[in-house]
Design a protein around this ligand. Structure first.
Ligand code: MBD
Ligand code: FE
Length: 306
């Protein structure tokens, strides 16, 4: 079938069939997506069996709550970021910390504190090294921002996230710090391991068909919110991780791989209250003002809350 015939048919089904006011934006997007799907079926000669297997796959993936995993796995979440970066460049926005995908594993409601927070519940201190993440939140004028909200979340030594992994204590490895009067924050935690897609899940099944692994490098996620500024969603990856540049979620950027210092000076260990060598990561955030010409940092999507 000709593409022009498909376009005529889809217009008939979606637009001409409306017998009451439609939401024009939803209508426009639906026309485009249905027509593009029909064209793919035509051009690739997708069989009826292949079509229904695809529908059944998506149905099952939804039941397993894995659509939020498939989206980054196919590069779509990275694509949304790259478009936002492009819009920022066009609007002349420079100097902010590189944005990076949120992923599907944030949980609202983590414990809050000022200046310092310990993120881990102490159950894995023997399995990995202590980790400190410290830095300053800066505004566009280069000045530190006091009382900025820095939310952090990361996986445990098995690459699992509390709340989704019910064996972990509530809000383990999830904390919110409000920066002190100097704009500073310090998270004490444990070095995480990388995440891997559930091996028996929908996402990994799809990745298997694509000849791909479903692993992420070890990483830490952040939301940074400051009054009058655009919310920053970002994360950094751990240097040296075997998956650093082959992240299945494509959440890697040169500027988001901070150096990790290994500190074994007993005096420094004592000062930090730890009894073994620790990892120290200095990472500052630079937030920019909200601008009408640039995409907002406030992305509305369903998030877990506990
Ligand atoms: C993660 O931990 C993550 O950050 C993303 C983007 C996808 C799956 C698991
Ligand atoms: Fe993650």
């Amino acid at each position: 079938m000709e593409h022009s015939t498909i376009d005529q048919m889809v217009k008939k089904w979606i637009v001409d069939a409306a017998d009451r006011p439609a939401n024009p934006r939803i209508q426009e997007i639906t026309v485009r997506l249905v027509a593009d799907l029909c064209k793919a079926i035509e051009d690739l000669d997708i069989s009826q069996t292949e079509f229904w297997k695809g529908m059944e796959f998506l149905q099952e993936a939804g039941k397993r709550h894995e659509l939020g995993l498939i989206v980054p796995g196919l590069g779509l979440e990275r694509f949304l970021d790259d478009r936002a970066d492009e819009a920022d460049a066009k609007a002349g926005i420079t100097g902010g910390t590189q944005r990076c995908i949120e992923g599907p594993l944030y949980v609202a409601g983590a414990p809050e504190s000022v200046g310092f927070a310990r993120m881990d519940d102490g159950t894995e201190v023997d399995k990995t090294e202590p980790m400190f993440i410290q830095g300053t939140v800066y505004g566009e004028d280069g000045k530190p921002i006091a009382n900025a909200k820095v939310e952090a979340w990361h996986a445990n030594t098995l690459g699992s996230y509390s709340y989704f992994d019910k064996t972990q204590s509530p809000f383990n490895l999830r904390r919110t710090i409000f920066t002190d009067s100097d704009g500073r924050f310090t998270f004490q935690s444990i070095m995480p391991n990388g995440y891997g897609c559930p091996p028996d899940g929908s996402t990994q099944a799809w990745l298997d068909q694509l000849g791909r692994h479903g692993n992420r490098p070890a990483h830490v996620h952040f939301f940074v919110t400051a009054p009058g500024h655009r919310k920053l969603t970002t994360q950094f990856n751990m240097e040296g991780d075997e998956y650093l540049w082959t992240d299945f979620a494509f959440a890697n950027h040169e500027s988001l791989v901070p150096p990790i210092k290994r500190i074994s000076d007993p005096a420094e260990m004592a000062k930090r209250g730890v009894n073994k060598p620790f990892a120290l990561i200095d990472f500052d955030f630079h937030v920019v003002k909200e601008k009408a010409a640039a995409p907002t940092g406030d992305v509305d999507r369903i998030r877990a809350a506990a």
